[in-house]
Design a protein around this ligand. Sequence first.
Ligand code: SF4
Length: 499
Amino acid sequence: MNHLTTETFDANARAALTDLQLRGALRQATSLFGKRRLAAAQSLPDWEDLRTQARRIKDETLLHLDRYLEEFTANAEKAGARIHWARDAAEANEIVKRLARERAARLVVKSKSMTTEEIHLNAALEAEGIEALETDLGEYIIQLAGETPSHIIAPAIHKTRHQIAELFVEKLGIAPTDDIPTLTITARRVLREKFGAADIGISGVNFGVAETGTILILENEGNIRLTTSLPKTHIAVMGIEKVIPRFEDLEVFLKLLPRSGTGQHLTAYQSLITGARRSPQDEGPDELHIILLDNGRSRMLAHPTTRQSLACIRCGACLNACPVYQQIGGHAYGSVYPGPIGAVITPQLIGLSKAAKLPYASSLCGACREVCPVKIDIPELLLHLRAQITEEQETGDRKSERSKQRTAERLSFKLWAAIITRPRWYEFSGKLAHLLQRFVVRKNRIGSVGRFVSWIAPPLAAWTAARDLRPIEDKSFRQQWRERGSSPTAREEAAETRP
Ligand code: SF4
């Protein structure tokens, strides 16, 4: 079981960086997802328009969320669903447990749902003596391993085929094999028996349509179909931000989500569920309960900058594009939601003080913003949260410390401005720094090729506490420019490349 927390992010990340098997699995999976996403996006000439449209729909919904939630509730209830409101994780879990108790449920089958991960529903059910079985293959694998998901759409992305094979041999008692069809058939056999025996099926929700009270759930394995139709009771746990106004809006999101997530033009199954079955001849469960979960979302809604976090459609594209996630994977974040979107929503869900390190787990390169199908400006959100963290820290003793730091920063920038605007000073300072750096240049501690500055004396020590610097080269840029500029070959090369 992984017990990593948001508070130990630095140590988690350093440990993940030394796990070469993990990094290999991540490199392979994230680059494959990235290539597929790009090809799928390029297949639609109106891709950018769709992104703009999706964002407009989300903005409109979030601005009038109260109205759309009421409309969704009224229409879902009219269609036969029961709506429950949960302010937080504890209330949501209590509702599920009560429903399970009332039906004397012993076995629950679950489809992949980040929202139920967020509220730690499995642990709550287990404490109640109810078995909660994950039925998505990736989720099933990590449940067997006693782990948590490391990716929003590919929970077992960090595991290699051989690791999964070993797990199946150990936990399911099959003969040693790493043949993929044998492994999937084994999982299928175990899960099929459980679907038939389950008392309740629990799912998440991708979108809830206010106009009709319909919920849409996307998947590729068919396990959601079974989870939501075989047991007599279906419970869907839905974050309040999942509501969209109109049925026709789905067309936009159905084009964007699968392409952004897995590079598919459409997922293999799209389950549109409007209420429970209406007559004995109909298929499906007798009851549909939809739990509308807040759990900190209203707080995000209150501020125009943080509000955009709620536009997320959980496609996972920002994780695949993020250079930090690509190196350390999801577990290092110590939170249910990893990667760039996790670094943004986790501090808002569990509190800035507990997850203060996450908004800094980014190089602010903007790759997440580039790929996000709903154009969420994650770097802007990260900076907003960093500013809040700094403000929160500025109390009492810490405040006077910060004011000293600010004075030091101001002086440093004045000195820097004085140097950089005087060519002679600038050149001299470069030479001086080159001479002095010999006392601090060491081999890079993470094993990359080349020399790095891994320690600078205070007050600049904070910089190298988390990152390494390239040392100043023997010849400065200006020196090289002078030498190359005076060489006939360099002049000829420059002349050839001139238009
Ligand atoms: S922030 Fe954007 S890219 Fe990341 S998971 Fe959400 S919708 Fe996808």
